[in-house]
Design a protein around this ligand. Structure first.
Ligand SMILES: [Zn+2]
Length: 373
């Protein structure tokens, strides 16, 4: 393989007397290297994305024999079998090529949507907030920073990798491209304002820890911002996780949520689709395509008065007798499993459909009941 400018007349190489072909691509220590100018490792992204997809396909094959996997197991399998392909080489090949990174992101999004049972129209941020899986772009940057920490703090000065790092810092200082300039590029490309450390501090544990903290903050704040700005995710706005005493007070941006642990896959996925607005209620369906109508006109199919939201159908609409009967049964069962404090809260929120809906889906004591309803 010839890397860089190719000579006009192609040279001939021999092993002894046997002619050796000049190839355009070769696997070297696990990396697919190609001779494309400026894109030595571009092919490696495609190879790894294809392998991650193939492994995902094998897991789907298992699901056909076992039935839908519990979410926790599916996330574990993703981290064990798919994530290693998506993060392979992230320490040395930094994602300066956005289209290459998008290939990996596409595989991850497809997998998380499959785990959650939602469609392509679902908001991307929710794929991470509900499963606790970090976006692959940020995860790869964090792994690269971890490698920087290893080189800077655990390798001796005479070790080759440490010397290579020092050289990369010097090259960057002199204005040439190096691993350090690529790291700065991907870090400053993240949402928020991540400050890259000064060259003189780049080898210190404090600066690396600070950089890692900034990247994590940028990731969680970016996802939270996307959640807060999406009207589709209104049922998840202001959502809290319980503290040690069970009080819902902690804001946790990324976490495998409690309702994801419900065993019945059909019920679990139905509630997931409601929460991330990937359902078939009018407020969602009537907003798609060329015939999309404004939100205020996406009226309930039964009463034709209110906007057809999940909370309206679940808690308020009285235009369909069957719905009223089912709601009465649900309410009775809900109040039976609720604690005294929860019952008081439900009564206090009775006139506010949205807040009541958010409260009901957050009740740990009634999650099996809610997903069934
Ligand atoms: Zn209605």
């Amino acid at each position: 393989m010839i890397i860089g400018t190719k000579p006009r007349v192609s040279p001939r190489f021999h092993f002894g007397v046997t002619p050796t072909a000049i190839v355009k691509e070769k696997v070297y220590v696990g990396f697919t290297v190609s001779d494309s100018p400026g894109a030595l490792l571009r092919e490696h992204y495609e190879v790894k994305a294809a392998k991650a997809k193939a492994v995902g396909g094998a897991i789907c094959g298992v699901e056909q024999l076992t039935g839908t996997l519990p979410t926790k197991r599916a996330v574990q399998l993703y981290m064990a079998c798919v994530d290693p392909h998506l993060t392979h080489g992230s320490e040395v090949m930094l994602d300066t090529n956005k289209s290459a990174r998008k290939e990996l992101e596409s595989v991850q999004k497809g997998w998380l949507r499959r785990i959650m049972g939602v469609g392509k129209r679902s908001v991307v941020a929710a794929l991470h907030t509900e499963t606790g899986v970090e976006p692959i772009g940020c995860r790869r940057v964090l792994l690269a920073i971890g490698y920087l920490r290893h080189m800077a703090t655990q390798c001796r000065p005479e070790q080759l990798v440490r010397r290579a790092l020092v050289e990369a810092i010097e090259l960057d200082w002199l204005g040439y491209n190096s691993w350090v300039s690529d790291l700065r590029s991907v870090v400053t490309d993240l949402p928020g304002q991540v400050q890259f450390p000064d060259h003189r501090k780049l080898l210190t544990a404090e600066a690396i820890e600070d950089l890692e903290g900034q990247v994590k903050k940028s990731m969680t704040e970016g996802i939270q911002r996307e959640m807060d700005q999406s009207r589709k995710l209104i049922l998840l706005h202001g959502r809290c996780e319980p503290d040690e005493e069970g009080n819902l007070v902690n804001h946790v941006p990324l976490k495998l949520r409690h309702y994801m642990l419900v065993c019945d896959a059909r019920h679990r996925r139905a509630l997931t689709r409601v929460l991330v607005s990937n359902h078939k209620y009018g407020v969602e369906l009537l907003g798609y395509g060329k015939g999309a109508v404004e939100r205020a006109r996406r009226l309930c199919r039964f009463c034709r008065v209110e906007v057809e939201t999940p909370e309206h159908i679940w808690l308020r609409c009285e235009a369909k007798p069957q719905l009223i009967v089912m709601r009465a049964e649900f309410t009775e069962e809900l109040l039976a499993v609720a604690t005294e404090g929860e019952r008081e809260m439900i009564e206090a929120l009775n006139s506010d459909d949205l807040r009541l809906m958010k409260y009901v889906v957050s009740m740990r004591s009634a999650v099996a009941l809610v997903v069934g309803w």
